[in-house]
Design a protein around this ligand. Structure first.
Ligand SMILES: Nc1nc2c(c(=O)[nH]1)N[C@H]1C(S)=C(S)[C@@H](COP(=O)(O)OP(=O)(O)OC[C@H]3O[C@@H](n4cnc5c(N)ncnc54)[C@H](O)[C@@H]3O)O[C@H]1N2
Ligand code: MOO
Length: 436
């Protein structure tokens, strides 16, 4: 008899319970890209750090410009450029040439853009020749005030935020040099199966190319981990145990020691050669395990594909054992391994977006199981009009034509059809775990 199936949500909880956020390390700002902040970040300096010009033009005193908008002629007494010393002052009846980003001279309280003055335009590289300028009051002052973007001490980002290029900009502008981030996890990926040969090798009878190894390695890398890939290892207990031991010691080319997470694919179901099951314990299972293994948790998860799953520790290192069927392996990675990697990285929240979109085709569910369907985004509703710009791109259809791996390759996301849905019909809401 098949053991009682566990829900996907429950298995996610078990997977998350296996891992804890990695320690914080200080790193320079650029290397922090893709890592997760370990502490809240506050601005060390204000942005902009001084009052300055937002336009190329003339710094003036508003008191000199009539309210009725009639023009006045002012004496041009100086020049300030961005990065220049900016010591010029504007006295009554005077104006100073000023370039965008330059500090506002004392006495000035507005900038009049050059195109609204008698000068018309500045010529790059040509120094000031004009001794006067005629201009009038404008509705806007075109001044960027000190701290108007970020004020010293402002919270820029919470702990748990992934460092993006945009955040690097905000941190750099406000004085950050080194930032505390969680260490990147080292994930060891290991595929098992005597039928597997590495990509590029000729196939003998009954052999297939190992695609789960490269796929899981790529998926782990895309979720922000450093990756070492081992195997494929044959269905042989001694070989598997040796590979797991290598994983524990593994530094690969990363200059680090020891996996933070081991992800295997294959060998977890009921076959006589299912070597991962063998390494976890004897058939029957529970919490027991052979030497090296602890916290064994073998589960039948109510999902399709991806039903056989196991969790354990190998010499203390968290180990997620995913099924070998490639689509099941990928779905399991996204549902269980990705959140576990997010937790190791210290990321708050669940990483992947899961919007509710609309089914633009009908397909069957898997009653009693969460059905995972690779889907493509399409416009919906698609009224067939030549101009489809009115249709939103919020519809999904099953990707590919049913061949499992080709569907996965074409997918924008994985539709998650709940266990109580027998059939998805056109127009039904459907939750989609977005892959890009
Ligand atoms: N008697 C039962 N048999 C099976 C059950 C079951 O409940 N009772 N479950 C089935 C389901 S569902 C799945 S999923 C598979 C999972 O089995 P394993 O995790 O043990 O995976 P394997 O048997 O090793 O492989 C399954 C399938 O995928 C191919 N494969 C494996 N690894 C790779 C790889 N790295 N690259 C490409 N393809 C791979 C493998 O050749 C098999 O065809 O068990 C069912 N059986
Ligand atoms: O659970 Mo298996 O991955 O359905 O094919």
């Amino acid at each position: 008899m098949e053991p009682q199936a566990r829900s996907v949500t429950e298995h996610v909880e078990h997977a998350l319970a296996l891992v804890t956020p990695l320690p914080a390390v200080e790193t320079d700002l650029e290397s922090a890209l893709g890592s997760v902040l370990a502490e809240d970040q506050y601005a060390a300096t204000s942005v902009p750090p001084f009052d300055g010009a937002a336009m190329d033009g003339y710094a003036v005193r508003l008191a000199d410009l009539p309210h009725d908008g009639s023009p006045v002629t002012l004496e041009v007494t100086g020049d300030v450029t961005a990065g220049g010393s900016g010591l010029a002052a504007v006295g009554p009846g005077q104006a100073v040439r000023i370039m965008t980003g330059a500090p506002l001279p004392s006495g000035a309280d507005a900038v009049v853009p050059v195109e609204h003055t008698s000068t018309g335009r500045f010529v790059a590289g040509v120094p000031r020749a004009e001794s006067s300028v005629t201009l009038a009051r404008r509705p806007r002052a075109h001044i960027r005030c000190r701290g108007e973007d970020v004020r010293e001490g402002d919270l820029l980002a919470h702990a748990g935020t992934e460092v993006t290029a945009a955040l690097v900009s905000a941190l750099a502008a406000s004085g950050a040099v080194r930032v505390p981030v969680r260490r990147r996890p080292l994930v060891v990926v290991l595929s098992t199966g005597s039928e597997l040969v590495p990509a590029g090798q000729a196939l003998g009878p009954g052999q297939i190319t190992d695609s789960n190894g490269p796929m899981l390695a790529a998926a782990a890398r895309a979720s922000g981990a450093d990756v070492v890939r081992l195997g494929p290892v044959p269905d042989d207990l001694a070989a598997l145990r040796a590979a797991l031991d290598e994983a524990v010691r593994s530094a690969g080319g990363t200059g680090r020691s020891g996996a933070d997470l081991i992800v295997t694919a294959g060998g977890v179901s009921a076959g006589a050669a299912d070597v991962v099951r063998e390494a976890l314990a004897a058939p029957g299972l529970g919490s027991a395990g052979g030497p090296g293994v602890s916290d064994v948790d073998v589960a039948t998860v109510a999902m399709s594909p991806g039903k056989p799953q196991a969790l354990a520790r190998w010499r203390g290192v968290p180990w997620l054992a995913l099924p070998g069927n490639p689509v099941g392996a990928y779905a399991s990675f996204e549902l269980f391994a990705h959140p576990a990697i997010d937790r190791l990285r210290g990321e708050q929240g669940s990483g992947r977006r899961r919007p509710t979109l609309t089914a633009a085709a009908s397909w069957s569910g898997s009653p009693g199981r969460l059905r995972v369907v690779p889907v493509r985004l399409v416009p919906f509703p698609d009224d067939g009009a030549a101009d489809s710009t009115t249709a939103s791109a919020a519809g999904v259809v099953p990707a590919g034509s049913g061949h499992a791996l080709s569907a996965l390759a074409a997918a924008d996301g994985l539709a998650l059809v709940p266990p109580d849905v027998e059939k998805v019909r056109i127009g039904d809401p459907v939750q989609v775990l977005m892959l890009r």
